[in-house]
Structure formats: structure tokens, C-alpha cells
Design a protein. Structure first.
Length: 576
């Protein structure tokens, strides 16, 4: 499946065009197309055969021709020519989190041919701050960006890792020799960043399975590391650990391979009290091997209720299980709607109606249309006038799709001075107001903290979106006082978001758990800019489960009337 490969190429074309200073609309077109292809449900090769490439949102005839060229020849000549016009060092520099075109060009001009290792050395020696137009802050951001990108170079977002693992799992289950195959490790636990894919397989003939596995186009190489253990790598470079287990020991192997190490050690210690052992060769209590139909039997043998994989991090789950205090974790089907959705009114790829249709097909009861506000010009943010025009369209769609609820919302920018992008006369007429930071990420800790607190104090702000601003592997969280923000959110009864985009997952699991413990409600939203991205809700729910959240903690698990009452009551309570 070439979808991700082509998405990465289109994204790189956009980067090259940006370095060259090309037209912003052209750059944006390639970025939109890259994102659309990345989240395609269909195989792009099948779409090409049907002549349907231009039906992909954001893909016009020109980009479709380039995709077709790549699928036919393995090359895009336009991309090849662009690469010749741009120094590869420049491309590497702008890929560093927090490094813009201007900074990259200054560094490249004064240190032509510089690589990342030398750049880090120069930054540590204070040579970058001496360049014209740069300074100590740029140097600090460079070092942080290098650490973020190259410190995590062995890790991939759960979105990429889970998708890759499921592709491989589907293939394994199609092999007749495979009796059973399951995903284990950090993917099964739902960690936001994953180092490798762990798979446990029971097979009649494991050598035959390895033979077929080596032929899969998703796999680059396979290496034997033990009698029944193999390592492999996907074409993206993601490591794969494969362990074969006898059918009799499959459950034990799956449990231990799921981990985490801290969790397994705690459970092993508990087993010692039962004169027991937990090994991949069997679970023994008082010297007798326990027959296992599933993992629940492992916990039952130790007098514990079942501990869900997402909780197995050694963060108090074993003690909570002993005391009967494990939470009833939120499930995907508990989500009743999505409260951050974008449309073609700003930078989305689908109309409001198309987003509504997708939400209805998913079984939702409501969505909130929350396009960007005016200051975010690059995202075609809405002016007050255009916002009112959007309301007219929403009213018509409300009638057409009733009883499905369409909330009039906005994602309003928290400006650099702490003001909101719209005044209260506009905000008070909306069903839902989300506030977020999209600029000024490098401001000092106190300034950013005050910006967020100012938004929390506004009675019309219902949700703070992607509160830390991180983008996994690309941009670190901005520096702010998270504890003060939690205290203010609890005081004002403002909701904090788990942004379900697999590139964000912001809040993360530990932050969301801290919010829950302070009584702060959470919204799990996709921030969808394209209809298929509504399915990213799965990653937000995984993060919520890792945060020990129950459906009572999450506002978009509420039924429509309950949600509207909650929003009305919290506004009333926040009024001075």
C-alpha cells in the first residue's frame, strides 16, 4: 500500500517549494494533498485504476498526474528536479522542530555543508548565536529540536505504529499455517510513541510463516535471533519483534510480551505470595500449572480483577486491583460526538455537510463545527462576518439532519497578549467555544501561562484545545506552568482536551489523569480537517483509557441534551 509513501513525498515537495519561496497557495495545496492521502481509507493504487485520484480531497489534476507518474514509474520528475535546486542540508535543517526557513538559510549561508552532528556541536559551543539575526534563544531551540527529533528517531507515533502492526497482522492471519496471531508490546498498551512492533504467533510451521513474511512488501528484512524469535523491519524503518509460541503457552507469552516490564515485575512479586511463578512456559500457583483460556485467568489466579492492557504500566494498577478500585474504562462506543471539527470554511478538506454525513455514519449524535478564527490567516480563519454566514448554512443543515445536533462553534486563537481573537459579543452567541494557542510558542514560561489562564477566565470559553501545543516528534510542548493551569481549569470548570490526532495526543495520558484527579472534565476530540480523520477518535480513546478515564469524565460521552445543559450550566457558573 503506497498511501503513506506518496503522502511523505507530497509533504517533501511542499517543503522544497517553501525553501524556494514559491507561492503559498501552491505550498498549501501540496500539504493538503499530503494530509488527504495519508488518511485515505482506500488503497491509492486502487483509486488510480478506477481513475478516481481527483476525487481525493485536495488532489487536483496536476497533483493526481504526479501521483500516477509515481505509481507507474516509481519517480516524480518534478520532485527530482526540485531536489536538485535545493541543498539537502537546507531540507534537513527545516525539518528540525522550531527551525523556520529564514533561520535555516542563515545557518546554511554561514556553514555550508553542515550536518546535524556538526550543527549540534556548534550550538553547544555558542557559534550559532553569533550569526546575524540569530541569538541564544535560537541556539537553545536548535538543541531542543535536535534532541526531540534525533533523540526519538527510534520511535514512531501510535498512529503509524498501530496501522503498520495491523497491516502485518492481517497478512499473518491470511497464512494457513498461522493458528493465532496477536499484537503485543507498547502498541497493545497504546503508548503515544512506539519503539517497535511486538507480535506473538502460534503456527503449525513457523519456518513456513517466516518464508511468507519475508515476501511481504511492507517488510524490508527478517533476521533470526533465537529458536522461535525473529526481528524484522518495515520499509518505514520500524523494528518488528516476532515471537512464536506453542498454542499451550500462547496466553502466557502474549501477557508477558505485552508488558510493561514494571507491571510484569509487580505481578510476579504478587505471585510469589501464592508460591507462584509467571513465565512464558506457564503460570504456576503452589507448584501447579494453571490452565488459561485467556489473560483474565492469570489475574483470577492471583485474586485480581482483569487489568486492561492500557493500564499495565506499573503506575498503581496492581494496588488498585487488589483494593477493587480499578476504573471502568471508557470505550470507543461511549463517544457520542466530536467537539472539534473543521470544514472548508477554514482549512478543512470537506464541507460541513460531508463532515456531518461521516459523523452520522459513525453513529454519533452530534458534532461541533469549530473552524479557525480570523488571526490564523494561513488557515483561512473566519472573520466575524464569515462566521455569521456559516451559521446560516448550519441552520439549514440542522433542519435537514435532525435529530442529529450540529453545534455552532469556533476554535478561537489565544493571541500573544492573552486576548481572544473574537470579543465576547461574538462568543456568547456560539454553542461551543474552543480556545487554543497557534503562535508565540517561544514566549517565556510566565507569558504563556498567563495567556492560557486568561482564556480559562473567560466565561465563554468551554474547552482549551491541545493544551501543551506538542506535535509528536516535531514540536515539543511550549513551556508553561501546567499545575497553575490545572488549578485554574478546576476553579473555572473549564474542559481540557485530549486531541486525538495521532500526531498530537495532547493532553497525554499522565496529564489527563492529573486533570481527572482534580475533577476537571475532558473532551476527546479529533481536530478533524478531513472526514476520514474523524476515525482518529480511536487514538484519543486509547489515551483516555491510559489516563484511567471513565465515560463520566468525558463530556462528549454525554447524550446531546445532557451536553447542552452542561455547557449552559458551566457558562452560568463562570459568569462574574
Amino acid at each position: 500500500m503506497k498511501n503513506l509513501e506518496i503522502a511523505l513525498l507530497l509533504g517533501e515537495i511542499a517543503d522544497l517549494l517553501e525553501i524556494k519561496g514559491e507561492n503559498q497557495f501552491k505550498i498549501r495545496a501540496y500539504r493538503r494533498a499530503s494530509r488527504a492521502v495519508k488518511y485515505l481509507k482506500e488503497n491509492i493504487e486502487d483509486l488510480k485504476e478506477k481513475g478516481s485520484l481527483t476525487k481525493i480531497p485536495g488532489v487536483g489534476k496536476g497533483i493526481a498526474a504526479k501521483i500516477e507518474e509515481y505509481l507507474d514509474t516509481g519517480e516524480i520528475k518534478y520532485y527530482t528536479e526540485l531536489k536538485k535546486e535545493v541543498h539537502p542540508e537546507l531540507l534537513n535543517l527545516i525539518r528540525l522542530p522550531g527551525v523556520g526557513i529564514k533561520t535555516a538559510k542563515i545557518i546554511h549561508e554561514h556553514f555550508p555543508g553542515i550536518d546535524i552532528e556538526l550543527l549540534k556541536k556548534y550550538a553547544e559551543e555558542g557559534k550559532i548565536r553569533a550569526l546575524p539575526g540569530l541569538g541564544p534563544k535560537t541556539e537553545q531551540n536548535l538543541l531542543r529540536g535536535i534532541d526531540l527529533m534525533y533523540g526519538e528517531r527510534e520511535k514512531y507515533s501510535i498512529g503509524i505504529a498501530k496501522t503498520s502492526a495491523e497491516i502485518i497482522l492481517d497478512f499473518l492471519n491470511s497464512i494457513s499455517e498461522v493458528e493465532r496471531a496477536e499484537i503485543a508490546g507498547s502498541v497493545r498498551r497504546g503508548k503515544d510513541l512506539v519503539g517497535d512492533l511486538d507480535l506473538v504467533i502460534s503456527a503449525k510451521n513457523y519456518q513456513e510463516v517466516v518464508y511468507y513474511f519475508e515476501k511481504h512488501p511492507h517488510i524490508q528484512r527478517v533476521e533470526k535471533i533465537g529458536d522461535q524469535r525473529f526481528k524484522a523491519a518495515t520499509w518505514l524503518g520500524i523494528k518488528v519483534d516476532i515471537e512464536f509460541a506453542d498454542e499451550d503457552n500462547f496466553i502466557e507469552t502474549l501477557y508477558i510480551s505485552t508488558g510493561s516490564e514494571e507491571h510484569i515485575q509487580q505481578v510476579k512479586k504478587l505471585a510469589e505470595g501464592f508460591k507462584g511463578q509467571i513465565t512464558k512456559n506457564g503460570i504456576f500457583i503452589n507448584g501447579s500449572k494453571i490452565f488459561l483460556e485467556g489473560e483474565k485467568d492469570i489475574f483470577s489466579a492471583l485474586g485480581l480483577p482483569y487489568i486492561e492492557p492500557e493500564l499495565r504500566e506499573g503506575r498503581g494498577e496492581v494496588e488498585a486491583a487488589k483494593k477493587g478500585r480499578l476504573p471502568l474504562l471508557v470505550k470507543l462506543n461511549d463517544i457520542k460526538g466530536d467537539l472539534q471539527v473543521h470544514s472548508t470554511w477554514s482549512d478543512g478538506m470537506n464541507s460541513i455537510e460531508e463532515m456531518v454525513q461521516e459523523a452520522v455514519a459513525m453513529g454519533y449524535s452530534y458534532i461541533a463545527i469549530t473552524d479557525h478564527s480570523k488571526s490564523l490567516g494561513i488557515a483561512n480563519g473566519l472573520s466575524e462576518k464569515r462566521l455569521m454566514e456559516q451559521w446560516e448554512e448550519i441552520e439549514k443543515l440542522r433542519e435537514k439532519y435532525a435529530p442529529f445536533k450540529i453545534l455552532r462553534g469556533i476554535e478561537v486563537d489565544i493571541l500573544s497578549d492573552g486576548r481572544l481573537d473574537f470579543d465576547e459579543e461574538v462568543l456568547k452567541n456560539l454553542d461551543l467555544v474552543i480556545a487554543s494557542i497557534h503562535s508565540g510558542f517561544k514566549q517565556d514560561r510566565e507569558t504563556i501561562t498567563k495567556r492560557i489562564i486568561s482564556a480559562l477566565e473567560n466565561p465563554y470559553v468551554d474547552i482549551i484545545a491541545h493544551p501543551t501545543g506538542r506535535i509528536l516528534g516535531k514540536r515539543p510542548p511550549y513551556d508553561f506552568d501546567f499545575e497553575r493551569v490545572l488549578e485554574k481549569a478546576a476553579e473555572t470548570n473549564t474542559v481540557l482536551e485530549i486531541n486525538a490526532s495521532p500526531d498530537r495526543l495532547d493532553l497525554d495520558d499522565e496529564q489527563a489523569r492529573a486533570a481527572k484527579e482534580m475533577g476537571i472534565k475532558i473532551a476527546v476530540n479529533t481536530d478533524a480537517h478531513e472526514r476520514s480523520c474523524l476515525n482518529d477518535i480511536q487514538y484519543g480513546v486509547i489515551t483516555a483509557r491510559r489516563a484511567w478515564l471513565q465515560k463520566e469524565d468525558i463530556i462528549n460521552c454525554m447524550e446531546p441534551d445532557e451536553l447542552l445543559n452542561f455547557l449552559a450550566e458551566r457558562k452560568k457558573g463562570a459568569m462574574p
